[in-house]
Write a protein that binds this ligand. Structure first.
Ligand code: THU
Length: 131
């Protein structure tokens, strides 16, 4: 399954829209349903509007499956084959849908590495309101 997720993420970066950074990223999100959803980064001339591949993949999953979507694993790939772990914003979004999800990404060593969502985002935020 890991190899399948990585392959899907690597296919997804071919769709990336990254004329400003030339950094092409793809992500593949595996849901509890067993289905895989992909996303790529989409940049904008107004830089801050850029969205990362990971969030696009997860948001596509929610759009397809609805609010009950739960994330089992997400793989992140980039065309440059350099180290690239999810940014802080994406870690928070990953944590929302899969606090125990596995994250597969290119780490400092060559090749892919795997870490838990809670390891990459210790004490991640979950909204709890007073009863
Ligand atoms: N980017 C992602 O899509 N995912 C990551 O994990 C890291 C960064 C994108 C955002 C931007 O389009 C480009 O990579 C350079 O930061």
């Amino acid at each position: 399954m890991q190899a399948q997720l990585i392959a899907a993420a690597e296919a997804a970066f071919e769709h990336a829209y990254a004329p400003y950074s030339s950094f092409f990223v793809g992500a593949a999100a595996l849901g509890q349903s067993g289905k895989i959803y992909t996303g790529c980064n989409v940049e904008n001339a107004s830089y801050g509007l850029t969205i990362c591949a990971e969030r696009n993949a997860i948001f596509a999953a929610v759009a397809a499956e609805g609010p009950a979507f739960r994330l089992r694993a997400v793989a992140v790939a980039n065309k440059a084959c350099v180290a690239c772990s999810p940014c802080g914003a994406c870690r928070q979004v990953i944590y929302e849908f899969g606090p125990n999800a596995s994250i597969i990404f290119r780490g400092a060593e060559r090749g892919y590495t795997i870490a838990g969502a809670g390891d990459l985002l210790p004490a991640g935020f979950l909204l709890r309101t007073a009863e």
